[in-house]
Design a binder for this molecule. Structure first.
Ligand code: ZN
Length: 391
């Protein structure tokens, strides 16, 4: 069965203009100005894009896929990710992570959930470890996890500069980072350490000190929540200018923005003005992490969870409100995480790449259709693929 997208305005993520795209067996077979369905040897499903934007499926590389939260007691542990929340949001690839709780939640469950998401049509990988150091791993050894467990691509999220971190020493962090690095080298994986940055003004100090030791490259670390406060953002800007990678969190609430959280659009604009290439920038939803809800009187009204939908919402806002060109705004959710995390076949629309794509409306960039692994998961707003237990 072939899937043929006709008359698309293709962003690979760089703008390529009007193109047709042909997929089969989960891969992109051809991209050309005109592909004739009648010439294909077999059944063809045709999707006429009608001039809509065709972009790579989004990569959400920091999601608590097996649930997170729990910081207000056992009843505040958040539920698992549902694949339909990803497909509706244009997300076709996720990287799962544990979180604060590395005791009641463990790697067996995270790896099992990662496999389950794959069975449901999503591309999925995960990090090993949690906030804590020494890390809670699957095999008892972070390097062994990376080398011997295919879906594990790095270590994280490890908390630093936060009252919830295990207050690891620099030596402990250096050892963990080197295990990730060598495990990555030996297995051909990224071996990235995904650091959760807390509110502490000196959030980047442990990372800077690790780099200063001279033995670990800056590119080994992917700090997340870099937009959580003006002070953390300014430090992130300095880190990025020096060649460091940065990740911005898209799921938020109005109160966090009112209290000083830097919007993803503003963060991207500042980076661009500073000449930081978006190849070093990723955006992630922190999906299924818990978020407080407040009523109109500003009173605490319960808990919600972060959503993968926030990823594209934040990036399209960066185009609409901050004037970031679409081809640039796509990078932190497509080609950049694919390259940084070595997710082969992901993040680009190119010959031989995985057939993961989104169709966006011209003008407001809303998501219209989504394909994951060459199968339509969302067709003109109608959900076609969902999880086993989803109604
Ligand atoms: Zn975090």
């Amino acid at each position: 069965m072939f899937l043929l997208v006709k008359n698309a305005d293709l962003y690979a993520p760089e703008a390529l203009g009007r193109r047709d795209l042909l997929a089969a067996g989960g891969k992109i077979l051809a991209i050309a100005p005109h592909i004739d369905a009648d010439c294909l040897p077999g059944e063809v499903e045709v999707l006429d894009a009608g001039g809509r934007i065709l972009a790579p499926g989004f990569i959400d590389a920091h999601v608590h896929v097996a649930g997170g939260g729990g910081e207000g007691g056992f009843s505040t542990r958040t539920p698992e990710l549902a694949v339909s929340d990803c497909f509706r949001a244009g997300v076709t690839t996720v990287v799962g992570t544990l979180g604060t709780d590395g005791v009641a939640r463990g790697m067996e469950n995270l790896v099992a959930k990662t496999y389950g998401l794959r069975e449901e049509g999503l591309s999925a990988w995960c990090y090993t470890g949690s906030y804590r150091v020494p890390s809670r791993t699957l095999t008892g050894d972070a390097m062994k996890d990376l080398m011997m467990v295919e879906p594990i691509i790095g270590v994280g999220e490890v908390a630093v500069s936060d009252h919830r971190s295990s207050q690891p020493s620099l030596q402990e962090l250096a050892r963990l980072a080197s295990e990730a690095r060598v495990g990555g080298m030996l297995s051909g994986k990224a071996g990235i350490v995904n650091f959760h940055l807390g509110d502490a003004p000196a959030a980047f100090t442990p990372l800077e000190e690790l780099v200063r030791s001279g033995e670990l490259p800056r590119s080994q670390f992917l700090p997340t929540h870099c937009n959580r406060s003006p002070a953390v953002f300014e430090a992130a800007l300095r880190w990025a200018r020096e060649g460091g990678l940065v990740d911005f969190t898209t799921s938020t609430i109005k109160r966090f923005i009112d209290e000083g959280e830097v919007t993803v659009g503003a963060a991207l604009r500042r980076l661009r003005e500073a000449g930081v290439p978006f190849e070093r920038v990723t955006c992630t939803s922190d999906g299924q992490g818990s978020l407080p809800r407040f009523n109109e009187a500003g009173e605490f009204a319960g808990l919600g969870v972060g959503s993968p939908a926030s990823l594209w919402e934040a990036l399209r806002a960066s185009v609409l409100a901050e004037g970031i060109p679409l081809a640039e705004a796509l990078k932190p959710a497509t080609s950049s995480p694919a390259a940084i995390l070595k997710l082969r076949g992901k993040g680009r629309l190119a010959l031989g790449a995985d057939a993961d794509f989104v169709l966006l409306e011209p003008g407001d960039f809303r998501i219209s259709s989504v394909a994951a692994g060459g199968r339509l998961a969302l067709r003109e707003g109608r959900l076609l693929m969902k999880g086993r237990f989803e109604a």
